[in-house]
Ligand binder design. Structure first.
Ligand code: PMV
Length: 330
């Protein structure tokens, strides 16, 4: 009763920011992301068939606190469906990129956990069920079950059964696309996404406008992704990132995730675009910009982030689906 799965993180081009249900992790609006290869998390889960506490190890350390609780919750949901006979779980998870990269390792982590745990419990692959389970750990994880370009549709149901990630275009749709994560800061962010979005929903007068507009953008961007139109995709991604951050800045107390180096990179993108370099940015709830470009301009884009304070640039391409593999971690 053990299984191992791999999953990639993802970067949202139209962001998820704000829950309508905190427990089920249901968003106020739909979002759309691209899966990031080659970065990946590998997770092995074994159901021991014995009573006891789950053993959970993340990146070589025994999981503690809120992190542990979220993994336990996900394992509990699998036991609810698969039966108590499954017993306590042993889970080991390893990522090949630093958690502090500003890229939420939780997206790849909960996606790999959902696929591995369901497989270990004996279920056949079912991307919808996996995405719903991953969503319960971390919203953005619902978009890391399938590769390529994935939309997390907000859904309407109170039980969340219609709120899951769905692949719109596969990994091979846009092989020329490059996503460069510029590490301008390695500090742990002061306000985690979970708390930041809650505070924005509760206190920002701009929140309703954000949610309405993002829902529209999550639809609008699809035709440009379909056409592989980097300029149109880049414009929407930038505007959407600004609007997410604007809604957060409108919170009380105000939330600003940007650092001076973030703004320097953003400004440099604007300037080099005028010289014909095709590069746009997006930003999660942190200071590290992710640049959108193509193979032709990749070196120039990497140079821009380095020149403006990035200590490291992580080069990514659209990644594939989460997979069950035979190489177990224990
Ligand atoms: O899934 P969480 O709780 O890590 O939230 C992710 C929020 C953003 O990264 C800011 C946006 C997104 O859609 O990934």
């Amino acid at each position: 009763m053990n299984a191992t799965a791999t999953a990639h993180p993802n970067i949202a081009l139209v962001k998820y920011w704000g829950k309508r249900d905190e427990e089920l992790i249901l968003p106020h609006q739909s979002s759309l992301s691209v899966t990031l290869g080659p970065l990946q998390v590998t997770t092995t889960v074994e159901f021991t068939g014995k009573k006891g506490l789950d053993q959970i190890e993340l990146n070589g350390k025994v999981a503690q606190g809120a992190e542990r609780k979220r993994v336990e919750e996900a394992l509990k949901l699998v036991r609810l469906e698969g039966g108590k006979k499954l017993g306590a779980a042993v889970m080991i998870s390893r990522g090949d990129f630093p958690a502090a990269a500003g890229l939420a390792s939780s997206a790849a982590g909960f996606a790999a956990l959902a696929v591995a745990a369901r497989a270990a419990a004996g279920f056949k692959r079912d991307t919808k069920a996996e995405s719903i389970l991953a969503r319960r750990g971390s919203g953005s994880a619902s978009r890391s079950i399938e590769g390529g370009f994935v939309r997390w549709n907000r859904g309407k149901r109170a039980d969340g059964r219609d709120s899951f990630g769905e692949q719109l275009f596969g990994q091979a749709h846009w092989p020329d696309l490059r996503l460069l994560v510029g590490m301008v800061s390695r500090e742990e962010k002061e306000v985690k996404s979970r708390d930041g979005m809650r505070s924005t929903v509760e206190t920002s007068p701009y929140y309703p406008a954000w949610a309405k507009d993002a829902e529209r953008e999550a639809k609008e961007i699809v035709r440009f992704v379909k056409r592989r139109d980097l300029e149109a995709v880049g414009e929407i991604a930038e505007r959407n990132a600004w609007r997410m951050h604007a809604s957060a800045m409108g919170a009380n107390p105000p939330l600003c995730y940007l650092k001076p180096a973030t703004l320097a990179v953003i400004e440099a993108c604007r300037q080099v675009r005028q010289q014909g370099v095709g590069v746009w940015f997006t930003l999660d709830a942190g200071p590290n910009p992710v640049l959108l470009t193509t193979a032709k301009d990749e070196a120039r884009a990497a140079a821009i982030v380095r020149e403006h304070g990035a200590t490291e640039v992580v080069h990514c391409v659209p990644g594939g689906d989460a997979q069950v593999i035979e190489q177990h971690l224990f």
